[in-house]
Each structure stands twice: as C-alpha cells, then as structure tokens.
Design a protein around this ligand. Structure first.
Ligand code: FES
Length: 84
C-alpha cells in the first residue's frame, strides 16, 4: 500500500505508480498549464512528462517510470514544479 493524495492505493511493489493508480481507478493526477485539462498517462514510457507526481516529497517524478513501493507518499503536484 502507498498513499496518493492521502488515499491508500494497493501496490505489489513491482508495478509503476501510474499502473497502480490506473488499477485503482485514478485516471488523471495533474492539470495542464494553459487550460487546466486533466493529465495522467499518455506515452507510458517516460517520454511525454504528462504523468508527473511528487514522490516522498520529490517533485516532477514520472509516474510511469517510478515503481510504487509500499509506504511511498505520492501526491499530485502543481503544474510547473521542477525537480529539486
Ligand atoms: S506517461 Fe509519458 S512520461 Fe509518463
């Protein structure tokens, strides 16, 4: 189990955060900069950066590439946050 915006989400410790969120019925977790449209997975292979989330306090992590580990704290993030 990890949390997404405070909500518990199951994980087997092997799938990506994006895969775990999709399996839990979460389809979007970010908003586009210009018109606030929902964003989630687009390419699924780390190219488009549409799937950015904050993982354990580190912003701009690609949810399609980062493995969802038990105990992780994952949060949606504001558009434009850059990696620290
Ligand atoms: S979905 Fe494209 S980088 Fe993650």
């Amino acid at each position: 189990m990890f949390t997404f915006d405070g909500r518990p989400v199951p994980t087997d410790g092997e799938r990506s955060i994006a895969a775990a969120l999709l399996a839990a019925g979460v389809r979007s977790w970010r908003r586009s900069r210009v018109d606030g449209r929902p964003r989630g997975v687009f390419c699924g292979i780390g190219v488009c950066f549409d799937c950015l989330v904050r993982v354990n306090g580190v912003p701009a992590q690609r949810a399609c590439l980062v493995v969802a580990r038990p105990g992780d704290v994952v949060d949606s993030q504001d558009e434009g946050e850059e990696p620290e």
